[in-house]
Design a binder for this molecule. Structure first.
Ligand code: MN
Length: 280
């Protein structure tokens, strides 16, 4: 069971094959007008008045999940924060002398978000662009200076993501912010469904071949530590996305590829890859 965004800015609760459409319900609709993204309105409503949202789910019109086009669950987060070199084996494969402890976090443009079934557009025919399969968390409540031991109540949900990256010398914020470089989804799965986030298994496959296969237990900075570190720098807002870092096995994408990120208990996200240049 999880939250989804679909069709033209609809949001709902996905339970099995059915979506409860809460877009027009009281606790959500009144907030949508002043939020950049209807899912942010839902997250705020959940934090403010969970019982009303639960009542709205119970009373909502039900839609078959197969009849909708799923979008990214968050279309316009106020920010996407990324974790560089946060798995030792990935640090080693990149031959990086430093890890997240020395690098800190980076920002990825919110305009790079796409959703399930969308396409990654490769910007260069002559430069390597890699898949980085990752577990992402979504913030549920505005926060600043949160200690790691207090961090988990600020996590609204988990989702799959790809931190698509052009290799090269430019700053990460340039190489990771091209349009379509942040596929996320397919849904926002709440912590009650997940259990311990220190043991989430992540796989990333290209054309069915598994290239990345690792557990979040191998993270250098754990999920609570990432919230602590990031919130010591910037105020985290409802709907903000923290991509927790990619394990070893990153590799180049070419036009025609299909990429699937699977995270146990969180879901499976599939996107394809197209050329951003004229191939004729
Ligand atoms: Mn990454």
């Amino acid at each position: 069971m999880a939250w989804v965004q679909y069709d033209d800015a609809r949001i709902g609760w996905l339970d099995g094959d059915t979506i409860a459409d809460v877009t027009d319900s009281d606790p959500v609709a009144t907030r949508i007008a002043r939020c950049p993204d209807p899912m942010i309105a839902l997250i705020e409503a959940w934090d403010d008045d969970r019982r009303s949202v639960e009542a709205a789910v119970a009373a909502a019109p039900k839609v078959p999940a197969t009849s909708v086009k799923l979008r990214a669950p968050i279309v316009r987060p106020t920010k996407i924060v990324g974790a560089p070199a946060n798995y030792v084996k990935h640090q080693q494969e990149m031959k990086s002398p430093v890890s997240i402890a020395e690098l800190g976090m980076f920002l990825k443009a919110p305009s790079s978000v796409i959703g399930p079934g969308d396409s990654i557009v490769l910007p260069f025919a002559d430069r390597r662009t890699d898949h980085e399969g990752e577990v992402a968390i979504v913030i549920g409540r505005r926060c600043r200076n949160v200690a790691a031991e207090d961090a988990m109540p600020y996590v609204f949900a988990y989702t799959c993501c790809l931190d698509i990256t052009v290799r090269g010398t430019e700053d990460r914020s340039t190489r990771k912010s091209y349009d379509t470089f942040a596929p996320i989804g397919p849904s926002l799965v709440m912590p009650s469904e997940i259990g311990d986030p220190e043991f989430l298994h992540l796989r990333c496959a290209v054309n069915g071949e598994v290239r990345q296969d690792e557990s979040t237990s191998a993270l250098i900075y754990s999920i609570p530590r990432l919230v602590e570190y990031t919130s010591a720098v910037m105020t985290l807002e409802p709907g903000d996305v923290i991509a927790t870092g990619t394990p070893a096995g990153v590799g180049p994408l070419v036009p025609g590829d299909t990429v699937t990120v699977t995270v146990d208990r969180v879901g499976e996200l599939t996107v394809d890859v197209v050329a951003g240049w004229d191939q004729s």
